[in-house]
Design a binder for this molecule. Structure first.
Ligand code: ASP
Length: 337
């Protein structure tokens, strides 16, 4: 067997946490983490780096750019990358890295666990070993989460359970692969169909707001937020129902945002099956009256980080639209008719 060369990037999270009086916090270093999965020596050699050690609650765009830069700098020296990360914002990190590193022939795996790696009963050792195994597989490529025996495209993951081992689901898309007793079974084996060069990006625009509607919400809230954001992603009801109340402050505000060249995107608060604003009058009217983007089958994590990636490059509405509806790492299947 050819030994693969993997770079493990430890960033903190429960997997590396220990108990303190102040609560669980990251304190297990990269070397110690790797020591819990000695079996990896059968198929790979691992170098380690620890750019930061954080509860993922505190991870955001600055860290995503740092991770992408770290992988870019080490890209030629390694066959694959495994990032150990907290689960709470892992889906955002996986989606953002899917946009920052595109068309990678090498696997970039993100993993973590619900229990610290040094407990007698934990999911951490299996998840880390599975991740190293997947990152060493010749058919693996691109950005994926490996967790609970599933390999999930980086743009399709959502943390749906706060405590169970199967914390992550693949939303509106099948798992790329499953890992059972150390054996990888691919459901989507598309490495040969990859087109275009591997591309790294270095800009994100964090001025993206995610606004969840609640019944009766006053649309003027958008006026107050207007100065601070370049894009608002609105979580509407059902397949894309958008309220029309009284004097229609929402309509008025959306006009203000789009007239100013800001991006307004409609998504659904329903996790599964996506939006289709043209089904009901309450969605169709707004879709016909404004130049909006619609998230369709995308996850909210992917919709938000894709907007950050696009607006880091351009604010031209036509370019924004074209990039938004370009499928990247399996993120969107349904696009406007
Ligand atoms: N709060 C932790 C984190 O996201 C939770 C975890 O890793 O499971 O870092």
């Amino acid at each position: 067997m050819i030994m693969k060369k993997i770079l493990m990037i430890a960033t903190g999270g429960t997997i590396a946490s220990g108990y303190t009086k102040a609560g669980l916090t990251p304190r297990i270093g990269a070397q110690e983490l790797l020591g819990f999965v000695e079996e990896h020596r059968k198929f790979c050699t691992v170098d380690m780096v620890q750019p930061f050690s954080l509860d993922s609650t505190n991870i955001y765009a600055v860290h995503w750019l740092e991770l992408a830069a770290l992988i870019r700098e080490n890209y030629e020296q390694y066959d694959g990358f495994v990032i150990c990360h907290g689960t709470d914002t892992m889906a955002f990190t996986a989606a953002s890295l899917s946009y920052l590193i595109q068309n990678s022939r090498k696997p970039i795996v993100i993993t973590g666990s619900q229990k610290p790696i040094n407990l007698p009963v934990t999911d951490a050792r299996t998840n880390l070993l599975d991740s190293l195994r997947f990152a060493s597989h010749p058919r693996a490529h691109g950005v994926n989460i490996v967790f609970g025996g599933n390999v999930i495209a980086g743009t399709r993951a959502k943390k749906e359970r706060s405590k169970s081992y199967n914390a992550f689901s693949s939303i509106n898309y099948p798992a790329v692969a499953v890992i059972l007793d150390g054996r990888i079974v691919f459901y989507i084996d598309d490495k040969d169909r990859l087109e275009g060069e591997t591309r790294f990006y270095q800009e994100l625009n964090e001025r993206v707001l995610l606004l969840k509607l609640v019944p009766g919400m006053d649309g003027t809230v958008l006026n107050r937020l207007f100065p601070y954001y370049d894009c608002v992603v609105i979580e509407a009801f059902g397949v894309g129902g958008f309220p029309e109340y009284g004097q229609d402050p929402f309509f008025h505000e959306i006009r203000r945002w789009t007239d100013a060249g800001k991006t307004v995107m409609l998504a659904t608060q329903v996790t599964h099956e996506g939006s289709d604003m043209e089904i009901y009058q309450v969605g169709k009217v707004i879709k016909e009256n404004f130049n909006l983007l619609e998230a369709y089958d995308m996850t909210l994590e992917a919709a938000v980080t894709k907007a950050m990636w696009i607006l880091g490059q351009t604010k031209d509405p036509e370019s924004v639209r074209r990039l938004f509806y370009t499928t990247i790492n399996h993120d969107i299947l349904l696009t406007p008719a």
